[in-house]
Design a protein around this ligand. Structure first.
Ligand code: ZN
Length: 148
């Protein structure tokens, strides 16, 4: 296990354990999502057990971070758990649907221009390194536009 994964474990406050591979992947610069090795069902948000076949194993698969806007919202206020982003208010959070992972939907703050922001718009993800704004762990950010 790389040292930065250990660091991620000590700073993740919202993880449930089953999503550990996601954070480890981001720390390693990869966008990984969990899939059941028994039946192939993508499992996101991560769960310890497959809801389709009941299997307990999961594999973390590196996925191209490309998809479409499933929905989005604009935050106008820095709530207690997002005080680190007070200087970014207002900002947009996108729930991106990832066809390469069974249409798993993954949250991320929008990066760059809002031109063309709408449900169904193509987005491409990038991984921001740990920062104070993300409570010290890496984060996926979505930008409008398809993969180039
Ligand atoms: Zn399964």
């Amino acid at each position: 296990m790389p040292d930065n994964a250990v660091a991620a474990e000590t700073t993740i406050t919202g993880g449930i354990g089953a999503d550990r591979g996601y954070w480890d992947g981001l720390a390693a610069g990869e966008f990984r999502l969990p899939r059941c090795p028994d039946c192939g069902t993508w499992r996101w948000p991560a769960h310890f057990r497959c809801g389709h076949c009941g299997g307990w194993e999961q594999e973390w698969v590196a996925v191209e971070p490309v998809g479409t806007v499933y929905t989005w919202t604009r935050s106008w206020y820095a709530f207690d758990r997002t005080k680190e982003r007070v200087e970014d208010v207002p900002y947009v959070v996108v729930l991106a649907e990832i066809p390469g992972a069974g249409n798993a939907r993954v949250l991320g703050v929008l990066k760059g221009s809002e031109d063309g922001l709408r449900v169904g718009a193509p987005v491409t993800g990038s991984i921001d390194p740990p920062s104070g704004r993300s409570k010290g762990y890496p984060a996926v950010r979505w930008a409008l536009g398809g993969a180039s």
